[in-house]
Write a protein that binds this ligand. Structure first.
Ligand code: UDP
Length: 330
């Protein structure tokens, strides 16, 4: 049991891929998920599963003891920027307070290390690209602030109690497990690649391009799209680093190069072999022009070598999953 890892939100999109990667690498993942957006079917029946709130110390502390947990990967949380603007307290509850309680449970049970799902949203609208981990943190919405507060709590807990923590700042996570064992299931389809594929599959009439007047080469926003399985692999490496005594820090999770919205849509057309109905629309509020990671630490210090750093592959895996999900999860 010396390799038992608690994965909160393990039935969600990213968490379920982390569970697959941990199992492949010989760890023993244990999942807690309240199933508010995750799906039980995304987690193998062999994985110990508790349905519940990971901010409930009375639930988590005995679980940590019983399962002999050596590290926690905290993925559970709310992820919609628009929703966070409409209802910020929901985000300070679901992201910040829940994290506070989970961290408290870990400190009380002397769990030595903690890996946290953070976000590039902690940078806000950065003045320079690529974004370094040292780039000033200036989140521009409650979602980003709710995540940054957890990063800060972890820094303080690291100093005060010696809980070593990695905050993984995700850029644009996309794609799905290459064997279609997991993928995105939340009914709200807002992310670019998923939305474009749902247009191709006939669920929406056309794809709206949000803004064509950005200061980028083709006028549309640039993002660093990272395959979810590569991201999951980075987590396994992060866990090994922490278990080996690695120091607390924050780390960017992206490939280090970006694609514009138009480039992504052209790649979708190439993968599907069909022209995609699209229309130019006004900017979506709050979208920065470009977000591209400088992710050298992950490669150099954790030896991370992405396997799927290829936009058509990301899109093809996402498409295979969407076809399956339309059938299995609707
Ligand atoms: N986008 C778009 N049309 C859509 C969805 C997204 O033009 O239907 C753009 C969005 O404005 C942003 C980029 O695609 O510039 C990536 O958006 P997404 O929601 O996938 O991720 P975000 O970067 O907001 O986390």
């Amino acid at each position: 049991m010396s390799s038992s890892i608690l994965v909160t939100g393990g039935a969600g999109y990213i968490g379920s891929h982390i569970v697959l990667a941990l199992r492949r690498e010989g760890f023993w993942p244990v999942v807690v998920d309240d199933l508010s957006s995750g799906r039980r079917e995304l987690v193998s029946a062999e994985v110990p599963f508790t349905e519940g709130d990971c901010g409930d110390e009375a639930l988590i502390r005995p679980l940590l003891r019983r399962e002999g947990i050596v590290s926690v990967i905290h993925c559970a949380g709310r992820i919609r920027v628009d929703e966070s603007v409409r209802d910020p307290l929901l985000y300070y509850q679901g992201n910040t307070l829940v994290s506070r309680n989970l961290i408290a449970a870990c400190v009380a049970e002397k769990i030595p290390s903690f890996l946290f799902s953070s976000t590039a949203a902690v940078y806000g609208n950065p003045a320079e690209i690529p974004i370094l981990e040292e780039t000033p943190l200036n989140p521009v919405n409650p979602y980003g602030r709710s995540k940054l507060m957890t990063e800060m709590m972890l820094q303080d807990a690291s100093m005060a109690y010696g809980l070593r923590a990695l905050s993984m700042r995700y850029f644009n996570v996309a794609g799905a497990d290459p064997d279609a064992r997991a993928g995105q299931v939340i009914p709200f389809v807002s992310h670019l690649i998923r939305r474009a594929l749902r247009v191709y599959l006939g669920e929406f009439p056309q794809l709206e391009i949000f803004g064509t007047d950005y200061p980028t080469p083709d006028g549309t926003c640039i993002r660093d799209y990272i395959h979810v399985s590569d991201l999951a692999d980075a987590h396994v490496r992060g866990i090994r680093y922490l278990l080996a005594g690695g120091a607390s820090r924050a780390v960017n999770c992206g490939y280090g190069h970006g694609f514009s919205v138009r480039e992504v849509l052209r790649a979708v057309e190439a993968v599907t072999g069909q022209p995609l109905p699209m229309v130019e629309s006004p900017r979506r509020e709050g979208d920065p022009a470009a977000l591209v990671a400088q992710a050298d630490w992950l490669r150099k210090e954790l030896g991370w070598t992405p396997k799927f750093d290829d936009l058509p592959t990301i899109i093809a895996h996402a498409l295979a999953w969407e076809k399956k999900a339309l059938h299995d999860f609707q």
